[in-house]
Design a binder for this molecule. Structure first.
Ligand code: GDP
Ligand code: MG
Ligand code: ZN
Length: 294
């Protein structure tokens, strides 16, 4: 299943793209979800005619990436299903890197059992020291970090290699170049690319819905429509620390077994931050996420 709207869904079957109707009964048992299907869902299709079919069965999801939606975030919107990896795309300039976003998306990815990696795009715009610093932070933690430019082609073949044979969601603020990177890998995708508005430095949302895009050589990418408020669906604040992998060896040395590492005495995480053994930006990101979960 590659794309979905109210009327039906596009399904990839043996290299063919079928438009399939969704049976009404799939809308009845939604369990708080907005739609019965998400990009990446695996389905059984009954062929109806050339290029057409009906979805007969929706298979259980291996993984899913969700965010809260609706007025008060009470509904679950599944951005993509059966995804293997999350590519966290940022740019160091235009729009600038927002502190904490990579950390938040790593938590979201791991919480959903996706393997995260970081793509620093627009490296043609300079800021080399910043790029190197971001790269070092996340490589030291054991995450893969790529430097790319959709304009000059830097890192595009490496990114292509990362995407091959798997399903990867590209997440990051709009305007960072997600659609441009995918076009650079496969110009035939003809993804619409937005202008970054000078006034707000925020990209316009030209990508309006998530869609599964075939990658040359195998695999799929999901180009998400921005992640203004990529929520941490289903995450208990007491579990947040386990998603900060560098905290892990410290956690058992905190005095309280349920230490939140925010204010408690004899906290090994805070001690490590004070001693300069933990990256203070990562700790600040942890505290910000912790606060947002209360
Ligand atoms: N200088 C530079 N501009 C880029 C690069 N990648 C994308 N852009 C520009 O950034 C803007 C937003 O790109 P787009 O792909 O729509 O971003 P998306 O919202 O993340 O999909 C467009 O004007 C692109 O031409 C890059 O590597 N370098
Ligand atoms: Mg886009
Ligand atoms: Zn602690």
């Amino acid at each position: 299943m590659t794309a979905v709207d109210a009327k039906g869904a596009f399904v990839h079957a043996d290299g063919e793209r079928l438009f399939c109707r969704i049976r009404g009964r799939f809308f009845e048992d939604l369990r708080g979800e907005k739609r019965p299907l998400a990009p990446g869902d695996e389905v059984t299709v009954l062929l109806a005619g050339p290029g057409e079919g009906t979805i007969e069965e929706i298979h259980p999801r291996r993984t899913k990436l969700s965010r809260p939606s609706g007025h008060r975030g009470e509904e679950e919107q599944v951005v993509a299903a059966n995804v293997d990896r999350l590519a966290i795309v940022v740019s160091v300039r235009n729009p600038p890197l927002r502190p904490g976003l990579i950390d938040r998306l790593i938590v979201a990815a791991v919480n959903h059992r996706l393997e995260p990696f970081v793509v620093i795009n627009k490296v043609d715009l300079g800021k080399e020291r910043r790029v190197a610093a971001v790269r070092k932070t996340y490589e030291d933690l054991g995450y893969r970090v790529l430097r790319t430019s959709a304009v000059t082609g830097t890192g595009i073949s490496e990114l292509h290699e990362e995407l091959k044979g798997r399903t990867t969601v590209l997440a990051g603020h709009s305007g960072v170049g997600k659609s441009s990177l995918l076009n650079a890998i496969e110009p035939g995708l003809h993804l619409k690319v937005g202008e970054v508005s000078r006034a707000t430095r925020k990209g316009r949302h030209t990508t309006t819905r998530a869609e599964l895009l075939p990658i040359p050589g195998g695999g799929f990418a999901v180009d998400t429509p921005g992640v203004r408020a990529f929520g941490l669906w289903d995450l208990d604040r007491a579990d947040l620390d386990i998603f900060f992998r560098e905290f892990e060896p410290l956690i058992e040395r905190c005095r309280f077994h349920n230490c939140t590492h925010a204010h408690e005495p004899d906290c090994a995480v805070r001690a490590a931050v004070r001693a300069g053994e933990l990256n203070p930006d990562r700790y600040a990101a942890y505290l910000r996420i912790l606060e947002s979960l209360s």
